[in-house]
Design a protein around this ligand. Structure first.
Ligand code: GLN
Ligand code: ZN
Length: 767
């Protein structure tokens, strides 16, 4: 296949880049500043140096137009809040006294003021700070950061394109400020907000920006006619401005759907669309393309780690040439969501490493595609040949095609995904076997991960202690955790998870087909970075992963010890997933591996086994139309992992969020026997929701918030229990904290669990 060169040269560009630096320099500098070890000047200098490094790297890789303003000390939505002057009243004084400290106070709170709420950025694992708006919000333009970073890039002789959160997405991401009536719709502020954007756009133009990008990912979600109307008004208004740069409205994380004609008709100069999403190409053709506009084509997956199929992307780009005035090449979204550079990985087989593309490799792919689009495929013949070889090596690898795993997954029947008896019969058998009191007490799994434990783990990795020494340390910890729980009077014990670095990584390291990275850090929020493992091949379990520790814990006590596993959906959600097969297929393979572990735990004597699925809800597709299919395979994977046990083995699951009215049906479809959920901060709202939906199983809405070191007193926990009892009958109510205790210290953990047990005893006496 040879593509004809376009009339104009295709530009290579990206919307954003990882911010932390090759060695997480930004994290060090910001945390150093918080601790008083790094001055404000030094922090600003580190930021400037990292930005320069990024831009140089992008330019050297062949990126013609570089993003500016995407850099952030904490979060780009918080930066937008500052840019728009939408500062909550409680933070205003601090921000005026010191912009940097005020900024971090909004992000993290102080002794006296609460931070902004944090929540997930669409369906990624990045978290942003939620703007708080009300009818009294006054917006004022502060373009300082945007203009400053634009000037830095111009000074390097580059062609920068400032990237801003768009006005519609900004308002759609906001929530009513505390004290504002919950019915308040931030979108009603649009007319007040647009003049402020106009001012900022004028400032950017004056400072030398030819183009400005306005990010509108919120428009790839289901939107009401009123919301689409607001988008139309916004881009009519901004487009009609006279003193403005050219405007590129960027969408990502999916296709625009009904919002596409709205933006296509707006008097703006370009659109960025996500062509890794199914349906994008078709719907663009349906609206007649973008005559007279620039189309930035996101053809390289910006949120996964696989090499691009360059030939396929060129075909897509070739089709797009007929649909717009000018076609440029980009990743589907900011590269913020992938690690920086595969070259840093030393432990991954070099052949397999060639299947992977992190941010740096993706910029090279984008540049190659732009070159191919401009000059024809002959100009990139060598890159295409190498790419074909890498793709073929991935397709043919035994790692991606394990016949045993495939045969077993193909043979799964509906019966495998069903317990042998219905819930009501199982519950009776479990109660007879376990003989627990009413309102049984338990915890969610982890106990404090002390500095000592982390030191021991680091020591093992560095070879300072041997495996025997490390395991001795773990056994000692388990002894302590068990003996504390017995003394405290808990009914169903846990071993405390001291051997786990992370609830996904621990299992990923023990399953064949998973890759771990050494330096694959991705920003989760603020300075917190995670290294998601990579689901690269067919998944199998070479041997038991947790049985040893659970049986050791069980050997120390006569009370039941809960086995503790991470569920298949969460194993996918917090990893990079395969893009060469449906997610449902990968989920099924992981579920089968977990099923073996569940069955092994049962065979080793566990009568209670918990399979955590905290990510079940956060993986919900952005569009309602896609949800039923997702929930079908997700709940099936959970049932497949837990369906092989005897009726009298009690399966627990755990989820940590307080809002889930929309998935109660799916939670019921998991067919677990007991579920624990976060509830303390919402005063047992969860219990009322379960009841309202007629949820028939046992449930443990959390009775204290583990996110703070505060110790609840007995009366307070007892009160929450009484509230819970109004929704869930005593025969089905469990008593547990909101979530795992690994981030807590021992003193508050002890005291809090003692309150919990005492409160359960008080309330047992009342029912
Ligand atoms: N069992 C895990 C723990 O206790 C659950 C963590 C979670 O829900 N995120 O840490
Ligand atoms: Zn949790």
């Amino acid at each position: 296949m040879t593509t004809e060169p376009t009339a104009a040269a295709a530009t290579a560009t990206v919307y954003g880049y990882p911010r932390q630096g090759p060695n997480r320099e930004l994290k060090q500098a910001v945390e150093g500043y918080w601790k008083g070890r790094v001055s404000a000047d030094a922090l600003h200098a580190t930021g400037a140096e990292l930005r320069r490094g990024t831009w140089r790297q992008l330019a050297e890789a062949g990126i013609d137009e570089v993003p500016t303003g995407d850099f952030s000390f904490y979060d780009h939505v918080l930066d937008a809040t500052v840019m728009l002057g939408a500062i909550p009243g409680r933070h205003r004084a601090a921000l005026e006294a010191d912009p940097l400290d005020g900024y971090f106070a909004m992000a993290r709170g102080t002794q006296d003021v609460a931070p902004l709420e944090m929540t997930k950025w669409f369906d990624t694992n990045y978290h942003y700070l939620v703007p708080e708006l009300g009818p009294d919000t006054v917006f004022t333009a502060d373009s300082g950061k945007q203009v400053g970073e634009l000037r830095e890039a111009l000074a390097l002789g580059l062609t920068p394109r400032p990237v801003l959160v768009g006005p519609v997405t900004y308002l759609l991401l906001a929530k009513p400020a505390p004290g504002v009536a919950p019915g308040f719709d931030p979108l009603t502020l649009l007319d007040r907000l647009l003049p402020v954007y106009a001012e900022i756009l004028a400032d950017l133009r004056a400072a030398g920006a030819a183009w400005v990008q306005l990010d509108e990912p919120a428009l790839v979600q289901d939107r009401t006619p009123a919301e689409l109307g607001a988008a139309a008004r916004a881009y009519q208004g901004l487009g009609a401005l006279t003193d403005r740069p050219k405007l590129l409205a960027a969408s990502y994380f999916g296709r625009l759907g009904e919002a596409l004609p709205v933006l296509a008709k707006a008097p703006i100069d370009g659109l960025a669309l996500d062509f890794t999403a199914t349906g994008s190409l078709e719907e663009l053709a349906r609206v007649g393309g973008l005559p007279g506009k620039r189309l930035v084509a996101g053809v390289v997956d910006g949120r996964n780690v696989w090499v691009n199929d360059l030939a396929r992307s060129l075909t897509t780009l070739g089709t797009l040439l007929g649909l717009a005035d000018r076609v440029d090449v980009a990743a589907s979204c900011s590269l913020l969501h992938v690690p920086l550079d595969t070259a840093a990985e030393r432990d991954i087989d070099p052949q397999i490493l060639r299947w992977l593309a992190f941010a740096r490799q993706k910029t090279a792919e984008i540049a190659t595609l732009a070159k191919g689009l401009t000059r024809g495929t002959d100009a990139i013949a060598a890159e295409l040949a190498a790419n074909r070889a890498d793709l073929a090596s991935r397709t043919r690898s035994p790692m991606t095609h394990d016949p045993d795993v495939r045969a077993r997954a193909a043979a799964v029947t509906d019966t495998d995904t069903r317990r042998s008896q219905p819930y009501a019969e199982r519950a009776a058998a479990q109660h007879a076997l376990l003989g627990l009191p009413l309102l049984p007490t338990t915890t969610i799994g982890s106990f404090p991960q002390t500095g000592e434990l982390r030191t021991a783990r680091a020591g093992l990795r560095a070879g300072r202690i041997d495996v025997a020494g490390y395991e001795e340390r773990i056994r000692a910890e388990i002894q302590e955790v068990i003996s504390f729980q017995e003394k405290a009077g808990l009914d169903v014990l846990v071993h405390g998870e001291p051997e786990r670095n992370d609830m996904v990584q621990y299992f990923a390291e023990r399953l064949t087909g998973y890759l771990a990275t050494q330096h694959g850090w991705v920003q989760s929020y603020g300075t917190r970075c995670v290294r998601p493992p990579i689901l690269a091949g067919d998944i199998s379990r070479p041997g038991p992963m947790t049985v040893r520790w659970t049986t050791y814990a069980q050997s120390l006590t006569g009370r039941p010890v809960k086995g503790m596993l991470t569920g298949p959906v969460t194993m996918l959600a917090w990893s990079f997933v395969r893009d060469d097969q449906p997610l449902a297929e990968t989920a099924r393979q992981v579920a089968l591996a977990l099923r073996d572990e569940v069955n092994d735990l049962e065979a080793a004597g566990s009568s209670v086994i918990q399979v955590d699925e905290p990510a079940l809800r956060e993986t919900l597709p952005l569009r309602a139309a896609d949800r039923a299919q997702y929930l079908a395979w997700a709940t099936e994977a959970f049932r497949l992992s837990t369906g092989g046990v005897r009726p009298d083995t009690q399966i627990h699951t755990h989820m940590c969020y307080a809002e889930f009215g929309d998935i109660v049906r799916a939670i019921d479809d998991l067919d677990a026997d007991v579920i624990s959920l976060e509830a303390a901060r919402s005063h047992m709202q969860v219990a009322r929701e379960l009841a309202a939906h007629g949820y028939p199983r046992e449930a443990g809405p959390g009775v204290y918030d583990i996110h703070s070191p505060r110790v609840p007193d007995v009366a307070e926990v007892a009160d929450l229990l009484r509230t819970g009892l109004r929704a869930i009958p005593a025969e089905r109510l469990w008593v547990n904290p909101d979530c795992g205790l690994k981030t807590r210290g021992w003193p508050e953990t002890r005291a809090s669990l003692e309150s919990l047990v005492a409160a359960a005893r008080v309330v047992r006496g009342e029912v």
